[in-house]
Every structure is written in structure tokens, then in C-alpha cells.
Design a protein around this ligand. Structure first.
Ligand SMILES: CCC/C=C/C=C/C(=O)SCCNC(=O)CCNC(=O)[C@H](O)C(C)(C)COP(=O)(O)OP(=O)(O)OC[C@H]1O[C@@H](n2cnc3c(N)ncnc32)[C@H](O)[C@@H]1OP(=O)(O)O
Ligand SMILES: NC(=O)C1=CN([C@@H]2O[C@H](COP(=O)(O)OP(=O)(O)OC[C@H]3O[C@@H](n4cnc5c(N)ncnc54)[C@H](OP(=O)(O)O)[C@@H]3O)[C@@H](O)[C@H]2O)C=CC1
Length: 324
């Protein structure tokens, strides 16, 4: 006896199937959807451009800094840990030959953000590209969350993004200089998600902020776009969201492209959105998740697990039903 279950937990049918050789996501044929990790845009796409990337010392921020620098940008990376930033800045600039400056900045503190922008202006001027990538997150049942735990995440994600955007936005408007603003949110900014509730709430707030400013600040030459990544292995994210490593397989199983994303893939999309090739893109929200979001959403998507023999039987049963 075998049952086909819907994602809601309801049984679609229960009948005498031969035991199904259920194909797991990780058993998908390899070769489809192989990542391309080199820089996608033409060399020099960011020549004479300055990019400011929060959280640029690690993970996805580091990958975005790398590709922008490869494409000719001067970069300023900012976060709390100066030693980490300096190491990344040194590694990237020695590979690309372009300047990468490291500035200490806690985005939760608006005065620290203003000082950081002062330092950047003194070093290199006002940026053409701003990427709000810094974040904090951890899995936690919401009933265990303290007010300080809530604050630690929402202050980095929502307030931090707002402080950086306001500080730079006002100065750019004053200087009559246009810029591209990009925010890195996540797929559950749209759906919400249990167990990461401060992050879900704050990322949704960031999306509202960026969509609102896309409408309001276009007249000053500013574009605002959003990338919602699905799971991409980084130490910062996976140590806090999958500390035992047990969720990774179920993530991969539900991703139709059968793998996690790669930082360099995300970085190419970020570079495109921040480039002149995307100068008509503003207010866009791009989901970048290998199909995971729609795969989790569709009522009948679990039917991927039904085998061809089972389909023959299902079809015969359906066709054999007369009337309603
Ligand atoms: C898979 C697809 C979708 C994925 C989405 C991914 C989204 C991401 O955002 S991944 C980014 C992950 N990277 C980071 O989080 C990096 C930065 N994170 C941090 O620095 C820390 O994790 C933290 C956010 C907690 C901030 O660090 P800080 O030093 O400022 O805070 P603490 O003093 O350590 O803690 C502040 C309060 O939070 C409580 N807390 C911390 N961790 C947990 C936890 N695991 N569970 C419950 N509560 C936690 C901590 O106890 C403090 O509260 P209190 O005890 O009341 O003082
Ligand atoms: N990896 C993934 O699967 C996914 C990631 N994302 C998003 O991608 C972005 C990058 O995450 P990822 O690279 O994975 O994780 P990381 O932990 O590597 O990146 C987070 C960065 O934020 C910086 N940061 C944290 N707090 C502050 C603060 N108060 N002030 C300034 N900087 C701060 C950290 O630097 P420092 O500690 O030096 O301050 C760190 O460099 C985040 O916005 C995350 O939400 C979204 C969906 C999926």
C-alpha cells in the first residue's frame, strides 16, 4: 500500500502501488544547471565607478565585491570586523589590481554610518553603486526569542539598511549624483517564515523601503532593486540556519535545479542590476533560488515523486471513474 501525499499533509490517494523507488532530489541527473562562475559582464563595465558594499568582507558580499572589482570598480567594503574586511580587501585588490578599501562600520548606529560615509568621501568620493547586504539571522522558535534577540536582527537588517540608504541618498541628492541601490533580502521576505521571524519581518520591511524609494527617488537619478536569494552556502548563513547540517539535503531535494546556488552566480546578477545595462530597471524584485519558492508553494508539486508506473495506474484510475 502506498500513498501520494500533498504538501499540506493530506493524502491524495491510497492504493496498492508497488513500493515506489522514490527519486530523491539529490539523485537528479547531474549536468543540468551547472553553474557558470566567471564574470558575466564585459570587462571594464564598472570602470571609473565606486561601489559601497555592506558586509563585503564575507560570503555573498565578498563575492559581489570580487566581481565588481574584476569589472573595474573601486570598492569600499564596510562591516563591524575590520580585520576580516582588511583581509578580503587585500586579497581582492591583489587579484584584480583595483582599489578595495575596508571601513569599520556598525550599520545599526546612524552616527557610525555617517562617519563611514565621511571616510569614504575623503578616500574616493560618493558611490555610484550601493549594495545593502549586511544582515544578522539565526533560527529560533519565536517563543524563545528575547526582545534583544529581536532587536539584534531587525536593527542590522531593517534599520541598518535604512540608515545607510538615508545617509547616502541624502548626500547623493545634495550632490546631484545618481546611483544604483541594491538590497539583498531573501525568498521568505514575501511568504514570511517561522523560526526566522525577526529576519522575515525585517527583510519584508527592506523590500517595502526599496520599492517605495524606487517610486520616490527616481527623480534624483536613483534606482532601487532587490534580489531575493534562496540557499547559497556561506559560513555566516549556514552556521546560524543549519548548524547541524541536517536541513541542507531537504533544501536540495525541493530545489528543482537540484543544487544550492553559488556566491558567484548571485554576484553576477548583482553586478548586472548595478550596471548601466540595467539602467531601466528600478523597483524590481528578483527571486534567485533555483525554483525553490515555487516548488514549496504548489499544492501538487509533491507529485514529482510519483514514478512512471504509478502514473500509468493513476491515469487508469482517473479514466476509469465515471460521473462525479
Ligand atoms: C536558506 C535560504 C534563506 C536564507 C536566508 C538567510 C538570511 C540571512 O540573513 S543569513 C546571514 C547570516 N549572517 C549573520 O547572521 C552574521 C551576523 N550575525 C551576528 O553577528 C549574530 O548572529 C547576531 C545577529 C546575533 C548579532 O550578533 P551580536 O553580537 O550583536 O548579538 P549577541 O549579543 O550575540 O545577541 C543579541 C541577542 O540575540 C540573542 N541570540 C543570539 N543568537 C541567538 C540564538 N541562536 N537563539 C536565540 N537567541 C539568540 C542573544 O541571546 C541576545 O539576546 P539576550 O540574551 O536577550 O541579550
Ligand atoms: N547565504 C544564503 O543562503 C542567503 C543569504 N541571504 C542574504 O545574503 C546576505 C549575505 O549573507 P551571507 O553572505 O550568507 O552571510 P554573512 O554572514 O557572510 O554576511 C553577513 C555580513 O553582514 C555583516 N554584518 C552583520 N552585522 C553587521 C552590522 N551590525 N554592521 C555592519 N555589517 C554587519 C557581517 O560582517 P561583520 O560580522 O564584520 O559585521 C557579514 O559580512 C544577507 O543579507 C543575507 O540575509 C539571503 C538569502 C540566502
Amino acid at each position: 500500500m502506498a500513498a501520494v501525499m500533498l504538501s499540506s499533509g493530506r493524502k491524495l490517494l491510497q492504493t496498492r502501488f508497488p513500493r515506489p523507488p522514490v527519486r530523491s532530489g539529490s539523485a537528479r541527473p547531474s549536468g543540468f544547471f551547472a553553474p557558470s562562475e566567471g564574470a558575466m559582464l564585459p570587462a571594464g563595465s564598472f570602470r571609473d565607478r565606486l561601489a559601497f558594499i555592506t558586509g563585503g568582507g564575507t560570503g555573498l558580499g565578498r563575492a559581489m565585491t570580487m566581481v565588481l572589482s574584476q569589472l573595474g570598480a573601486r570598492c569600499v567594503i564596510a562591516s563591524r570586523k575590520l580585520d576580516v574586511l582588511q583581509e578580503t580587501a587585500g586579497e581582492i585588490s591583489s587579484q584584480t589590481g583595483n582599489q578595495v578599501h575596508a571601513l569599520q562600520c556598525d550599520v545599526r548606529d546612524p552616527q557610525a554610518v555617517a562617519r563611514c560615509v565621511d571616510q569614504m568621501v575623503a578616500l574616493s568620493g560618493l558611490p555610484d553603486v550601493i549594495i545593502n547586504n549586511a544582515a544578522g539571522n539565526f533560527i529560533c522558535p519565536t517563543e524563545r526569542l528575547t526582545p534583544n534577540g529581536w532587536r539584534s536582527v531587525t536593527d542590522i537588517v531593517l534599520n541598518g539598511t535604512a540608515f545607510v540608504t538615508l545617509e547616502l541618498g541624502k548626500r547623493l541628492i545634495q550632490a546631484q549624483k545618481g546611483a544604483s541601490f541594491l538590497a539583498i533580502t531573501t525568498i521568505y521576505a514575501e511568504s514570511g517564515s517561522g523560526f526566522v521571524v525577526p529576519s522575515a519581518a525585517a527583510k519584508a520591511g527592506v523590500e517595502a523601503l526599496y520599492k517605495s524609494l524606487a517610486a520616490e527617488w527616481g527623480r534624483y537619478g536613483h534606482r532601487f532593486n532587490i534580489i531575493q536569494p534562496g540557499p547559497i552556502r556561506t559560513k555566516g548563513a549556514f552556521s546560524r540556519l543549519d548548524p547541524t547540517g541536517t536541513f541542507e539535503k531537504s533544501m536540495i531535494d525541493r530545489i528543482p535545479t537540484g543544487r544550492l546556488g553559488k556566491p558567484a552566480e548571485l554576484a553576477n546578477l548583482a553586478a548586472y542590476l548595478s550596471s548601466d545595462f540595467a539602467s531601466w530597471m528600478s523597483g524590481a524584485v528578483i527571486r534567485f533560488d533555483g525554483g525553490e519558492y515555487v516548488s514549496m508553494a504548489g499544492e501538487f508539486n509533491e507529485l514529482r515523486k510519483v514514478t512512471p508506473d504509478q502514473w500509468k495506474m493513476l491515469e487508469a484510475m482517473i479514466k476509469g471513474t465515471k460521473g462525479s
